[in-house]
Design a protein around this ligand. Structure first.
Ligand code: ZN
Length: 270
């Protein structure tokens, strides 16, 4: 990944998105790229603090984190969730009352899907987590955590929603108005950025104290640190080898989870 100085009016993320689009040779990717570029811009400008407060109270976030610690990740918010192979994820989580299905969907449509969770599978069958393994290990890990989040949150809040919940690559904006989706994403972003790392990345410019109101957009210095963190911690590198559509989708995810993590700090000091 090379992080270049941004030209006038472009944020670090916009400049990177433009680079990824430019590096793309496939003409069929153009419209998908256009949509995802628009989504990136929208996520960048979206306020995350109000949607978070509307969807989940501080006590609910605490409850979700406690449940996740006791059931799945004892070190959650102390250290980053470890990326392991899909087979290892399913082995580690085999006793959690859920079944798994792995599928490698690499086609133009399939690749937009990260995973889904089905709570009601019929009598005597366990809920199902399906994960698309055609993605970068960081995206696969995020999908496992997000879908496990649905499983835990459903147990915790006795959810009556039965429909399959798809995690597609281009729907993060919709998660902001959906408490169940946002709850699952809360676990992903805390899994990515444990508290100490999150404070260092998102709060250092404010001398370690949460600012009263964070600007909607991440400052360029923070955006740069976020990209470096994703590269060093999870091997997610937005270099020229990153295929256009996937690269833009991953960039949208990076922005979404970074802004959600910052909102948890500034709003709830978590
Ligand atoms: Zn979901």
């Amino acid at each position: 990944m090379t992080i270049r100085a941004t030209s006038k009016g472009l944020t670090v993320f916009d400049a990177l998105a433009a680079d990824i689009v430019k590096a793309s040779k496939a003409p069929h990717a153009a419209s998908a790229s256009y949509d995802t570029s628009a989504e990136i811009l929208s996520l960048e400008q979206h306020d995350y603090t109000r949607p978070l407060r509307r969807a989940l109270a501080r006590s609910e976030v605490r409850e979700i984190v406690d449940e996740a610690r006791s059931a799945v990740w004892p070190r959650l918010n102390h250290e980053s969730v470890k990326l392991v192979s899909p087979a290892k994820f399913t082995r580690h989580w085999s006793g959690l009352g859920v079944q798994f299905q792995l599928a490698k969907l690499n086609g133009a449509d399939g690749v937009a899907l990260l995973g889904f969770y089905v709570r009601e599978m019929g009598r005597s069958r366990l809920p199902l987590i399906c994960v698309n393994t055609a993605h970068h290990p960081a995206a696969i890990g995020a999908a496992f955590c997000h879908e496990m989040g649905h499983h835990l949150v459903g147990r915790l809040f006795d959810s009556s929603e039965n429909h399959a919940q798809m995690l597609t690559m281009t729907a993060y904006g919709e998660h902001l108005s959906d408490p169940e989706e946002l709850a699952a994403d809360v676990l992903v972003c805390i899994g990515m950025y444990p508290e100490a790392a999150a404070r260092k990345i998102f709060l250092i410019p404010h001398k370690g104290r949460p600012p009263k109101s964070a600007p909607a957009e991440l400052p360029d210095s923070v955006a740069t640190t976020v990209l470096e963190f994703m590269q060093s911690r999870f091997g997610l590198n937005f270099g020229p080898q990153m295929a256009s559509t996937k690269g833009l989708q991953y960039l949208a995810a990076v922005i979404h989870f970074a802004k959600l993590r910052r909102a948890l700090l500034t709003e709830y000091d978590i």
